[in-house]
Design a protein around this ligand. Structure first.
Ligand code: NCD
Length: 289
């Protein structure tokens, strides 16, 4: 999407277009766990008057050997106008868009590749909380390498005229060219308008919650990552106006301390969730009309 299209979505999110798409059908197809994204797409669809159908891979005919292509064609034949897909593998939403010719396909997260609607709601939240996007300095902190959220957010920030610094251990931040990179969180904090904390993508490392909380030296990677936790002491280094954001789900005590997550500075984390409904309703409306 261009910056102009992103601003069109934001303008729609601010206006009254509710119940604009009666009878349209939105299919939620989630091959990976989700709370916020799936529920907010469902609420967004209902808000524009659409019907929602939910495909559950575990109880579907895919258990009888049906492939993704036939699932997509079936959803289209059932009348789906939009298919919202989350999948652990890269590019599956794009591949599905090649199987269908009468549906829009939205990527709701494909592996560690991209999560574009999260980037939209994040930008919208920054604009709402700080009054602008252009000129902001956003630090994206933690496991950038595995984070689809980061991979969608920093190109979107660049399009909107914000500056991004990716902050984390060397091997987890230098995977993609483009934005600034820093390995020193403490040094960068005083410069940031937004401290965007990423979830430690523990499922990629196969370690338990207990191990992470105990700071166990399970892998070299996590050992490095734990040095980037946003503690209270660190949050105090941010400028007074700066906000803390997180896409959720948060691992309290792993990438962010509870005392920070519950502080007024981090209230935008709840706004991100609420704004997800507005922005996704606007996006669905925009696609359907
Ligand atoms: C993210 C996801 O699933 O990509 N969560 C979300 O959609 N709000 C972030 C994550 O799991 O790290």
């Amino acid at each position: 999407m261009s910056a102009t299209e992103i601003l069109q979505i934001f303008a729609l999110a601010d206006t009254n277009y509710e119940m604009s798409s009666p009878g349209k059908i939105i299919a939620n197809v989630f091959y990976e766990p989700s709370t916020r994204t799936r529920l907010s797409f469902e609420l967004a669809a209902k808000r524009i008057g659409a019907d929602v159908i939910t495909f559950e891979p575990e109880t579907s005919s895919e258990k009888k050997g049906e492939g993704t292509q036939d699932t997509a064609l079936t959803l289209q034949a059932l009348g789906a106008n939009v298919i919202v897909v989350r999948h652990p593998q890269w590019s599956i939403p794009k591949i599905i868009s090649g199987f269908v010719n009468r549906c829009n396909v939205i990527n709701a997260g494909d592996g560690s590749n991209e999560h574009p609607t999260q980037a939209l709601l994040d930008l919208y939240t920054m604009k709402q909380q700080l009054g602008r996007i252009a000129g902001l300095h956003v630090g994206i902190v933690g496991d950038v390498h595995h984070s689809r959220v980061a991979h969608s957010l920093y190109p979107a920030l660049a399009k909107m005229g914000a500056k991004t610094t990716l902050i984390g251990p060397k091997h987890l931040v230098s995977s993609r060219p483009g934005p600034y990179v820093s390995y020193d969180l403490d040094a960068k904090l005083p410069e940031l308008d937004v401290c965007y904390v990423l979830r430690a993508q523990k499922e990629r490392y196969h370690v338990s919650d207990e191990a992470l909380r105990a700071g166990m030296r399970v892998t070299e990677n996590f050992n490095h990552l734990s040095r980037y936790k946003l503690t209270n002491e660190r949050a105090e280094k941010l400028p007074p106006h700066a906000i803390v954001m997180h896409p959720g789900p948060m691992n309290r005590g792993v990438e962010i301390d509870s005392s920070v997550a519950d502080s007024p500075r981090a209230w935008p984390i709840q706004a991100q969730v609420t704004n997800g409904i507005k922005v996704r309703s606007a996006l669905l409306h925009w696609l359907l009309t």
